[in-house]
Design a protein around this ligand. Sequence first.
Ligand code: FAD
Length: 385
Amino acid sequence: MTTAGGRWDAEVAVVGVGAMGSATCLALARRGVSVLGLERRAVGHDRGSSHGQSRLIRKAYYEHPDYVPLLHRAYAGWDALMAATGQALFHRVGLCSVGAEDSELIAGTLRAAAEHGLPLDIVDGSRHQARAPGLVLAQDELFLYEADAGWLAVEACVQAQAALASQLGAEIRAECEVNAWATDGAGFALETSRGRVRARRLVLTEGAWASGTLGRFGRKLKVHRNVLHWFGVDARPASAVDWTAAPCFAVDLADGFFYGFPNIDASGVKVAQHRPGQPVDDPDDVTREPLPDDATAVQRFVGQRLRGLGDAPTRQAVCLYEQSEDSHFIIGRDEALGGVVIGAGFSGHGFKFAPAIGEALADLALDGESALPIGRFAIDSLQVR
Ligand SMILES: Cc1cc2nc3c(=O)[nH]c(=O)nc-3n(C[C@H](O)[C@H](O)[C@H](O)COP(=O)(O)OP(=O)(O)OC[C@H]3O[C@@H](n4cnc5c(N)ncnc54)[C@H](O)[C@@H]3O)c2cc1C
C-alpha cells in the first residue's frame, strides 16, 4: 500500500461510495494506492440510484455498440469480484428482448451484436413458449435471447466492492458528508461533516448529487424519481408460470419500454418502466411513498403482456435516475482544477459498468488518462472553467 504520508490523509479521496465510488475505491486499493472513500450515508443505502434488489446486465447494447468493449471489461470485473468474495452477485439467467423489428431495442440489439460478434439467438415462434413462458408476444414482434446476460444483486455488489476495497487497505468512511472542496494545485482540501480531509487527488462520484459539481463544468444533470414495482406470482395451477426459473426480459412497445426479472427472493417479479420519470429539484426531497399514478403504465403492461402475476403491485420502491443531457455517461478530468476526476450522469443504465468505470476513474486520477474505451463519454466541456 502506497501511503499518502506528510500532509495528506490519503493519496486519493473518493466522494460518494455508491456503485461507481465503491468500484473506484476497489480499483485503487487493488493497485496498492491509499484511498479514502467518503459516503454521506451507509454503504448500500436506499436513497440514491443503487438499490432495489436487481439490475439488468447485458452485452448486446442497444443504446450504442460503442459501449460493448467497456462491457467486456465490466463482465471481467464482476467475475473477479465474485471470485474474490465468493458471493453470487451476477446471475447469468439470460435476457429476452421483445419488440418490433425497427424498435430502438430490437434494431439496436441486433446492431451491437452484429458489430461485435456477440452470440444472440433470434427465437422463432415455436420456441417462444419454452424460452419465456411468462411473456405474451404480439404477431409482428421479434424475440431475441441473449444467454450471457442476467441480473446483478445491486446492494450486495456495492457492499462487496466496498468491503473488498477495505480488506485491501482502503478506508471507507460512512455517514461522512463532503460539504466543500478546494485545490491549491498540489492537492485537495475537503470540508466534511467529520472534519477536514486532505488528499493529493480527488474523484467525485456523487450520483444524483452531482448537479452542483457538473454545473461548475457547464454540464447539466437532471434527477428523476423512478418507481420499481413487484407483482406477486399467482400460484393457481391453471395460471402457474415458473417465474423463479424465468430469464430477465425487456419489451419495447409504442406506449413504453418495460423490463423485469425472475422471482428472485419470493417477493414477486420486479417490473419497471425505463424512462426518466418525474423530475426532482432536490434529491434529498423526494416523495418516497407510492403515488396514485405510479403503477398505472406498468400495471397495464403486466396485465397485457405477462402471465401468472397478480394485477397490482405488492411492493414498490423509489429510486433516482441521474440523467445527463444525452443519456450517455459523463467522465473526465480537469487539469485546471487540480486534476479533479468526475464520473456522473449514468442515466438509468450505468450500474452494469461499475467495475470498468471504477478502473477508468482510477486511471484518470493516477495517470491523467485511461486506455479503457471511455472516449465517447469524455467531457469536452471540462475545458469550461
Ligand atoms: C430504478 C432504476 C433502475 C435502474 N436499472 C438499471 C439496470 O437495470 N441496469 C443498469 O446497468 N443500471 C440501471 N440503473 C442505473 C444505475 O443503477 C445507476 O446508473 C448507478 O447505480 C449510479 O451509480 P452512482 O455511483 O453514480 O450513484 P449512487 O450509487 O447513487 O452513488 C452516489 C453516492 O454518492 C453519495 N454522495 C453524494 N454526494 C455526497 C457528498 N457530498 N458527500 C458524501 N457522499 C455523497 C450518495 O449518498 C451516494 O451513495 C437503474 C437506476 C434506477 C434508479
